[in-house]
Design a binder for this molecule. Structure first.
Ligand SMILES: [Zn+2]
Ligand SMILES: [Zn+2]
Length: 325
């Protein structure tokens, strides 16, 4: 199969923008004459900026392709592989969810499958015992965190790090709520999961990059990376993610604000929005515009937009940052 990814990514990612490839639309795979594939969006960019109407393959394989859309057709086998992987991932997550909420109803093959996914041995044990072990495993917590193993499995899948686990690096009630506390703990770690708890709601965002501070402590710094937003509890029947795409993350300097907050993720999640640098990271602003809200959303709304914290501005009970290891 034609490779589309760089060294850090499998072939289901675009090797240019690192976005997750999709079956159709902006991130569907398009194949150059050499066989290398990239997402439709990036191919569009290459065509627009082509010199002499030819595209040099970004993988530097030396083969050029004429810069017209007919010359860069959709890679159907790769699109089908992307769809199959997504389907499999949805099925696995649905099964995990069933296991945590109704373990008693799992069939023996389902038990065996979840055992395998959780890395547990199912040799020589009775079905009821295995069901209760699984339930216990999925409802146990990631060390130091409020995240259950079940939610860990959802998050790592969404972060495209399926078999990995999460490590807690910051927790507001443990490490202190100020921007300095937050920066001290997060450091230059890359691949960050922001988790917010407010009453019974648990939600947040994943960013593929790390936090890059501006040189000027009163300035702000922007970086573009893969972002996805998710809810684990309080908004859907089951854990759900949405708006997975390349978006901007703004980080304020230690004495400044970035568009009015210490941290501003993908447009609609602000952490530490009050009082500049000293702000409590738990002071949040969260909004998903109505057009991006997935079907099945039953959480709070303001003017049609989803406000996952109950209102647009709110004080979180807890903010955690985890990373994939
Ligand atoms: Zn791309
Ligand atoms: Zn090539």
């Amino acid at each position: 199969m034609a490779a589309a990814g760089g060294a850090d990514h499998d072939h289901l990612h675009c090797g240019i923008c690192t976005s997750h490839l999709t079956r159709s639309g902006k991130h569907e795979p398009r194949q150059l004459r050499c066989g290398h594939s990239f997402c439709a969006d990036c191919i569009g960019d290459l065509c627009r900026h082509a010199a002499n109407n030819t595209i040099a393959c970004p993988n530097r394989c030396g083969v050029t392709t004429s810069a017209t859309t007919e010359e860069v057709p959709k890679n159907y086998p790769l699109a089908a592989a992307v769809e199959a992987k997504e389907h499999q991932s949805r099925q696995q997550l649905a099964l995990l969810h069933k296991c945590a909420t109704a373990a008693h109803s799992l069939t023996p093959p389902e038990v065996a499958q979840v055992m395998l996914m959780c890395g547990l041995s199912h040799a020589m044990d009775t079905l009821p015992n295995m069901r209760s072990r699984l339930h216990g495993h999925l409802t146990s917590l990631v060390e130091g965190s409020t995240v259950t193993r079940l939610h860990e499995m959802f998050i790592t899948k969404w972060a495209n790090a399926g078999s990995k686990s999460l490590r807690l690096i910051y927790r507001s009630t443990r490490d202190g709520p100020s921007f300095d506390d937050f920066l001290r703990c997060v450091g230059d770690t890359k691949g960050l999961v922001f988790l917010i708890r407010k009453d019974k709601c648990v939600f947040g965002a994943f960013i593929s990059a790390g936090l890059q501070l501006p040189d000027n402590p009163r300035g702000e710094n922007r970086c573009d990376c893969n972002v996805c937003h998710f809810s684990l509890a309080g908004h859907f029947n089951e854990p759900t993610k949405w708006r997975e795409c390349r978006q901007s993350v703004w980080v304020a300097g230690r004495e400044g604000t970035a568009i009015g907050a210490n941290l501003w993720i993908g447009g609609w999640l602000w952490l530490g929005y009050e009082d500049g640098a000293a702000a409590d990271m738990r002071s949040c602003c969260y909004l998903t515009p109505s057009r991006y809200v997935p079907d099945g959303y039953v959480g709070a709304r303001e003017h049609g937009d989803a406000v996952l914290g109950g209102s647009q501005f709110f004080m979180a009970d807890e903010v955690e940052v985890l990373t994939v290891v």
